[in-house]
Design a protein around this ligand. Structure first.
Ligand SMILES: NC(=O)c1ccc[n+]([C@@H]2O[C@H](COP(=O)([O-])OP(=O)(O)OC[C@H]3O[C@@H](n4cnc5c(N)ncnc54)[C@H](OP(=O)(O)O)[C@@H]3O)[C@@H](O)[C@H]2O)c1
Length: 296
């Protein structure tokens, strides 16, 4: 299979490129800088340009673009950047899939599509929630419409927090837990959607290789946990106590709006499409995922 990947330098992209190449697939990267080799092709998402030969003959495009949602405090301009860095590249790639007759588009999205669901279980048939992140996810998914309307098999990856020591949230939390500074956040009753990096990558490959996967796909482990349960599992994984409680008001004051949407609330999501299409998880519980993630 010839797979073209955008946003390939990040946590998920780096692991996906390695896995696909390991399986013998031909992988090309779209890069927003000068191409450094024959497997790289330049593109400029804000200007809508892609090196012409990049997508010719491709079997699939995987789009993993976007600035980190928690990298900076959410100012108006940063929120705009969070939106633009996802929606514009998606529109460009959806159009390009149509132009170059690419049969499959796999596009990143987020489990925050559902907003805060409290104890209510949500699957891919559940409606969009409320809040900035839910709106971004909705518009990000809508940006693939040109492709799906033209008959391109389009998959939207509604990912939970991808657990890996190589980057993302776990990479930031791990040093705190190693110093026994871990603890539950707010009430601890909010759900913490998670998936191991290994399963995230395997599930993307599952989507690429299975024609019966299309539309939104919840990329979360099969056993949802609350923040308090995640905290206990982290403490066990690093072998240190995590007795602290960080009150919600302190998190809101320190981090702002991001704390409310991404830390103090969360969806209780299950991976219905993955399970219905025969995906087998390597890590079924957050404890299993953390055991392989915190030590790497
Ligand atoms: N990791 C998670 O826990 C998680 C959870 C839910 C959703 N997701 C989503 O999945 C996607 C990939 O996640 P990740 O963890 O691999 O993210 P990441 O490590 O932050 O990488 C994202 C990539 O996006 C590209 N990018 C950065 N700024 C951009 C901009 N302004 N315009 C266009 N592209 C830009 C970069 O790739 P290049 O420099 O190669 O272009 C970057 O390496 C993201 O859209 C993310 O929101 C991730």
């Amino acid at each position: 299979m010839r797979v073209v990947i955008a946003g390939s330098s990040g946590l998920i992209g780096t692991a996906l490129v390695a896995t696909l190449r390991g399986k013998g697939h031909d992988v090309a990267r779209l890069v927003r800088r000068t191409a450094a080799g024959p497997d790289e092709h330049e593109w400029d998402p804000p200007h809508g340009t892609i090196t012409e030969r990049a997508l010719r003959g491709a079997d699939a495009v995987v789009n993993l673009c976007g600035v980190g949602i928690g990298d900076k405090r959410w100012s108006g301009s940063y929120k705009q950047e969070v939106r633009d860095s996802r929606i514009t590249p998606t529109e460009v790639l959806a159009d390009a899939c149509v132009t170059y007759s690419v049969p499959t588009l796999v596009n990143a999205s987020g489990i925050n599509f559902y907003g805060d669901t409290g104890d209510r279980v949500v699957d891919e048939s559940s409606p969009v929630g409320t809040g900035f992140l839910a709106e971004v996810c909705r518009d990000w998914e809508t940006a693939t419409t040109a492709a799906s309307t033209a008959g391109v098999r389009t998959i939207m990856l509604r990912s939970g927090v991808v657990l890996s020591r190589r980057g993302g949230m776990l990479d930031r939390l791990r040093p705190l837990y190693l110093l026994a500074l871990g603890g539950r956040l707010g009430s601890g009753r909010q759900y913490f959607p998670w998936i191991s990096l290994d399963d995230e990558i395997s599930a993307i490959v599952h989507g690429l290789e299975n024609e019966d996967v299309s539309g939104p796909v919840n990329m979360v482990g099969p056993a949802p946990v609350t923040n308090a349960q995640f905290n206990s599992a982290m403490a066990r994984a690093v072998g240190r106590p995590a007795p602290w409680v960080v009150p919600g008001f302190a998190l809101r004051a320190a981090i702002g709006e991001f704390a409310e949407e991404a830390i103090l609330t969360g969806p209780r999501a299950i991976p219905a499409v993955l399970e219905d299409t025969g995906f087998v998880f390597a890590h079924n519980t957050v404890g299993e995922a953390l055991r392989v993630s915190v030590g790497r």
